[in-house]
Design a protein around this ligand. Structure first.
Ligand SMILES: NC(=O)c1ccc[n+]([C@@H]2O[C@H](COP(=O)([O-])OP(=O)(O)OC[C@H]3O[C@@H](n4cnc5c(N)ncnc54)[C@H](O)[C@@H]3O)[C@@H](O)[C@H]2O)c1
Length: 274
């Protein structure tokens, strides 16, 4: 067990994983706990959140799971209330919830466009809306605000080759919401940063029929190969890479860092034409 988040209480929204293996949120919740945080595993899918919480407790950490749909204000109010009742404070909010739908401007149905924005952007807005007042109170009482980490994507700054009209636009809006919120609350020691993962090998990607179709006519193994080949380092990243970046931003080691877009992509966005 490390101590980089010792004494801190962290909420990870989207702490489950949509399939077996390690998604970004599940890895992040686990890494936070390994570094001493008490972790609230929030997810629309309670079973998935419970699985993560059980892993943490099995390793000797502290966690509990709660069903939270980040698009529902009442769920976020209940999440904050349960966290305060159980652990008494909120130091870290990791907004990991995100859904990806493949489709260009012409192809994407309006309802899909709106659903992606509601989950990816409004969900992040609502989570911050409910958590920031708690961090403000903590600052007023003790001078300690908190750290918010929004999980964006390199699709917010590049066309990655996949027709991602709604996904990329919603994540780009998340980046700007991160910057403006960071500027607004810096004086109360509430830091807000974004992590921009690149091509990660996670259950989310494996189970996206649209992605496998877009990459390799539905062949998942061929998709993995194609994604590896897109990366200067020669391979996709893992949920752990996102988790370790989030850990830095969540910890006091990043106490002077706010409004950052931390790209974690093995060099993908360095390339011409990427
Ligand atoms: N995997 C990649 O290649 C990649 C690349 C860039 C960015 N990202 C971002 O990483 C984040 C998630 O990655 P992951 O691997 O953990 O994905 P994941 O799908 O395994 O986990 C996300 C979790 O969010 C939950 N969720 C979905 N909608 C929700 C809602 N409305 N309310 C609460 N929970 C909800 C799901 O149940 C799931 O457990 C997303 O924001 C995604 O956009 C992933």
């Amino acid at each position: 067990m490390g101590e980089r988040l010792k004494g801190k209480v962290a909420i990870v929204a989207g702490a489950g994983s949509i399939g077996p293996g390690w998604g970004n949120g599940k890895a992040t919740a686990t890494v936070f706990a390994r570094e001493g945080a008490r972790v609230v595993c929030a997810d629309r899918n309670l079973d998935a959140a419970q699985e993560t919480a059980e892993i943490i407790k099995g390793e000797g950490g502290e966690a509990f799971a709660i069903r939270t749909d980040v698009t529902r204000p009442e769920d976020l109010a209940a999440l904050v209330e349960a966290t305060l009742k159980t652990y008494g404070r909120i130091d870290v909010l990791d907004n990991n919830v995100g859904i990806a739908e493949v489709g260009s401007v012409v192809d994407l149905p309006l309802e899909t466009w709106e659903r992606v924005f509601t989950v990816n952007l409004t969900g992040c807005f609502l989570a911050m809306k409910h958590v920031i007042p708690v961090m403000q109170r903590q600052f007023a009482e003790s001078g300690q605000g908190g750290s918010i980490v929004n999980i964006s994507s390199i699709a917010s700054i590049r066309h990655t080759g996949v027709p991602y009209a709604s996904y990329g636009a919603s994540k780009a809006a998340m980046n700007q919401l991160t910057r403006t919120t960071a500027a607004q609350y810096a004086g109360e020691k509430i830091r807000v940063n974004a992590v921009l993962p690149g091509l990660m090998k996670t259950p989310m990607v494996e189970h996206s029929a649209g992605l496998a179709q877009s990459y390799a006519k539905g062949d998942v193994a061929a998709m993995w190969k194609a994604r590896d080949a897109q990366v200067p380092m020669g391979h996709m990243g893992e949920g752990w890479d996102v988790a370790w970046a989030a850990l830095f931003l969540a910890s006091d080691e990043a106490r002077y860092v706010t409004g950052l877009e931390l790209v974690v992509d093995g060099g993908v966005t360095l390339q011409y034409g990427a």
